[in-house]
Design a protein around this ligand. Structure first.
Ligand code: FDA
Length: 396
């Protein structure tokens, strides 16, 4: 016979949001269990930020998030802020640094953050049950009955913290959306975001030669621009500017790249015509870009390489235009296999922005990435996990 255990709160998903919610609820004296099917706890946190976890952003605000309801995340972000989380990190003496644009990374390892969360769980007497397959959820007169491969758990409050679809290898499943559908909640269509672009074969053949080269660039699509770096890969385009703009890109759109976002190329070439008229265009450009990039892009843009004095104004403008407004139509993205996050999810209209509780179903909560709140690249997604988890943790 399967065992039946009573809890006040059962959280499904031991990721950032689920653990944070469980900690807060446990601190209030609630008897909490967190269930997860993963073998290893905090797998995504350990992988994040190249192993150093970009755990928050000093400038986090609602403006750094995408959602059908852009106001939804305001309340949670202001009730549990990045400074609150930084305070916790400081309490644990975890060393960190700002890498760029307010992004805070661990000096040593993302494991510091996982260890901190597990220590907090222990203090709050949260029972974490991993390698546990979720089977079904039923509502009864006392609350919820959660069937799993490791027994039945009964609880008053049930929290869905199962994240999005990105990185199935790390345990991502659509179970959170299925549970939402069981309660007739609307799901905003999901798609991979913060994800590299793949290229059409003709572009790929030429540009794959640049694999490994990173340049400063601004990427623009659908009235949004990010000025960061971009990386050429053997499959297509990646790097922060590309990952950021991927969240705003729809299939079929072109992306505009300015490969000289901080310098006026026209002025540079005009100056070179005066000062070094016999220099080849490629050697002028090679003062500003890696040589391999210049050679490949001149070929790709079908620009003939000759002495700079031999270009007339129209030809020079074409060079400038090619580098300042390179338009690429991606073939697609690398999809959930490599995406950092999932756009869309449980429609926030159905949820309280203060508590994350489902308006139509008492005791049912959604926290973290499973809902339709998606942050930019830069620590915003973890901040959403902490903030939304914290808010639910005060009331579950
Ligand atoms: P999360 O996905 O973390 O947790 C969900 C949990 O639910 C998992 O443990 C999973 O095993 C469990 N689960 C799913 N289905 C289940 C089922 N059927 N039964 C039982 N358990 C189930 N963000 C950021 O701010 N800074 C960063 O540096 C990075 N870096 C980064 C790198 C990589 C490689 C990825 C993939 C993602 C990031 N992110 C990030 C995004 C960030 O990791 C993400 O937004 C948060 O982890 C979301 O937290 P959640 O707790 O909502 O879901």
């Amino acid at each position: 016979m399967k065992s039946v255990t009573d809890y006040d709160v059962v959280v499904l998903g031991a990721g950032a949001a689920g653990l944070f919610c469980a900690i807060e609820a446990g601190k209030r004296g609630r008897k909490v269990a967190v269930i997860d099917h993963a073998k290893r706890l905090g797998g995504k946190i350990l992988m994040s930020g190249g192993g150093r976890c970009n755990f928050t952003n000093m400038f986090a605000s609602h403006e750094n998030f995408l959602s059908q309801n852009p106001h939804f995340c305001k309340s949670a972000l202001s009730r549990y802020t990045q400074w609150d989380f930084i305070g916790l990190v400081n309490d644990y003496g975890i060393a960190y640094h700002e890498k760029t644009l307010g992004q805070l990374f661990c000096d040593n390892s993302a494991k510091d953050i996982v260890d901190m969360l597990l220590a907090e769980c222990k203090k709050a007497q949260v029972n974490i049950i991993n390698r546990c397959e979720f089977v079904s959820l039923e509502v009864n007169e006392n609350g919820y009955k959660v069937d799993t491969a490791m027994g039945t758990f009964c609880c008053e409050s049930f929290v869905v913290a199962t994240g999005g679809l990105s990185m199935p290898k790390l345990g991502a499943t659509p179970i959170g959306y299925k549970i939402a559908e069981q309660f007739d909640l609307d799901i905003v269509p999901t798609r991979a975001a913060l994800v590299p672009f793949t290229l059409h074969e003709a572009d790929k053949q030429v540009l794959a030669e640049l694999s490994g080269i990173s340049v400063d660039a601004s990427a623009s699509c659908n009235h949004t621009t990010f000025n960061e770096s971009m990386l050429f890969t053997h499959r297509g385009l990646s790097g922060p500017a590309v990952l950021q703009i991927s969240s705003f890109w729809q299939a079929g759109d072109s992306v505009h790249f300015d490969l000289s976002p901080n310098q006026n190329l026209q002025a540079i070439l005009d100056e070179a015509q005066k000062a070094h008229p016999n220099s080849q265009l490629s050697s002028v450009l090679s003062h500003h870009y890696p040589k391999r990039l210049v050679q490949t892009l001149l070929h790709y843009f079908q620009i003939k390489n000759k002495a700079i004095k031999q270009y007339n104004q129209k030809e020079l403008s074409e060079v400038v235009y090619s580098f300042h407004d390179w338009q690429v139509k991606p073939n697609g993205t690398e999809g959930y296999r490599t995406a950092e996050v999932t756009l869309g999810g449980v429609n926030t209209d159905a949820l309280s922005s203060k508590t994350m509780e489902c308006k139509s179903q008492k005791g049912l909560y959604f926290v973290g990435e499973v809902m339709d709140v998606t942050g930019w690249l830069g620590g915003y997604n973890f901040q959403w996990a902490w903030s939304s988890g914290w808010c639910a943790g005060q009331v579950v």
